[in-house]
Design a protein around this ligand. Structure first.
Ligand code: MTE
Ligand code: MO
Length: 411
């Protein structure tokens, strides 16, 4: 962003007043208490400061297995701490002893194989930073009736995943001619099953056993999960125990009834796979309140199943004009990407929004463009009871005169 330098300087000048004010009543080190060696010794696995309270929340406390949402509004950089990764599962999870765990690869292969976790870890490992996003993230229903960005956008997280490429195992097993799909199955009670085209399996699918430098968390599928970069998170089978190579999809309930997206004409879309380009301003965002007029750094995240984020534009005037936001390094393919823009709020009502473009040139659509794709009119979004999944329109927040931030998507 070319204007970055000068607006920084302007901010620093304006900022003098702010800093001076705070310093009057403060002294360095106020509020500090010494911790003892005893505290340090009893924490072989560290905890965050007791003053840090950012937390996941359930989307529906009355549900037996509610989704647990990432506090995306508190995020900085691009990595979601493992303890704040969103959780979505049908029924409950499962507690697996990694010594006992086995992975079976069979079906249309020359040599069916069984791997222990130690076998898998002996193979060459790769580490990749990728987002995971439930297709229900920002679904139409959730985009309307929520009070915080955590509720609208909390079904996506981004981690460094380490494991072995599925293609390595499939080559060892020897995929037979005519095979075109794999079916992955979980070890939990749900017997979660997902069909995935073989091409993707031979490309970049990971069998992940590490997440952010330590074993995958139990909620994320310990000791082994499938990780399918850029695709609907429903493909990333947790607690993975079996992969069958086949010549047609399984049509399991989790890929048909549960995760189909109902169209305007009542039919459902199945097997859509890739997540479209999406971005959102996380600060200021729905549920927050700006304490006073003046300088703010608008910041947010952008991601796309289509590859790397190349451009993010931000509008602070209801979409009349757009400015290129600064894209922060590092930028990984199919990963959350941090962007920011300097902004001075003058105390009047403003609508702020972001849109992103990925490496293929795909641009995050407007509501109008999405309506066209869906073959519906703009009224449909307001009136339908269908919960449209993979809903990725440009999101708008309204900063009102009292500083509170509201959802302006449909107004
Ligand atoms: N075994 C199993 N894998 C699963 C699921 C599940 O219920 N069971 N849920 C899927 C869905 S709907 C999503 S959105 C992602 C969520 O992954 P996470 O809980 O690690 O965030 O896991 C997918 N993999
Ligand atoms: Mo999901």
């Amino acid at each position: 962003m070319s204007s970055k330098g000068s607006s920084r300087r302007r901010f620093l000048k304006e900022g003098v007043a702010l800093t001076g004010l705070a310093a009057a009543g403060a002294r360095p080190g106020m509020g500090q208490v010494e911790t003892s060696q005893v505290v340090k010794n009893t924490r072989p696995y560290g905890e965050r400061s007791r003053f840090v309270t950012s937390a996941r929340i359930p989307d529906d406390p009355t549900s037996r297995s509610p989704a647990i949402l990432t506090p995306i509004q508190d995020s900085a950089g691009i990595i979601t701490p493992s303890g704040l990764h969103f959780i979505a599962e049908h029924y409950d999870g499962v507690d697996i002893d990694p010594q006992q765990h086995r992975l079976l690869i069979h079906g249309m292969v020359d040599r069916p194989l069984i791997f222990t976790m130690d076998d898998l870890k002996r193979l060459p490992a790769v580490s990749r930073v990728h987002f995971l996003e439930c297709p229900g993230n920002t679904s139409l229903r959730r985009s309307k009736n929520t009070e915080s960005i955590q509720q609208t956008h909390g079904r996506t997280s981004c981690s460094e995943w380490t494991g072995v490429l599925l293609s390595v195992l499939l080559r060892r097993a020897g995929v037979q001619k005519g095979a075109s799909w794999i079916v992955a199955e979980s070890a939990d009670r749900a017997r979660y099953i997902k069909s995935i085209p073989l091409d993707k399996a031979m490309d970049d699918i990971l069998l992940a056993y590490y997440q952010n430098g330590e074993p995958v968390r139990p909620e994320q599928g310990f000791p082994l999960r499938l990780f399918v970069p850029g695709w609907e998170a429903i493909s990333s089978v947790k607690w993975l125990r079996r992969i069958e190579v086949v010549d047609q999809p399984h049509m399991a309930r989790w890929e048909t009834i549960t995760h189909g997206s109902i169209r305007g004409d009542g039919k459902a879309r199945w097997f859509e796979f890739e997540m479209g380009p999406k971005s959102v301003i996380t600060r200021p965002s729905l549920g927050q309140r700006l304490p006073s007029r003046g300088y703010y750094e608008i910041t947010g995240l952008a991601w796309s199943g289509g590859g790397g984020i190349r451009r993010v534009e931000v509008s602070t005037d209801g979409g009349r004009t757009w400015k290129d936001a600064q894209i922060h390094e590092p930028v990984y393919r199919m990963a959350h990407t941090r962007f920011s823009l300097d902004w001075t709020w003058d105390g009047t009502e403003q609508v702020i929004q972001s849109r992103c473009t990925d490496e293929r040139g795909d641009v995050q659509p407007t509501l109008e463009q999405l309506a066209e794709v869906w073959g519906v009119d703009m009224e449909y979004w307001k009136t339908t009871t269908n919960n449209v999944l993979k809903f990725n329109p440009i999101f708008r927040w309204r900063v009102t005169r009292d500083g509170s931030v509201q959802n302006a998507l449909f107004s």
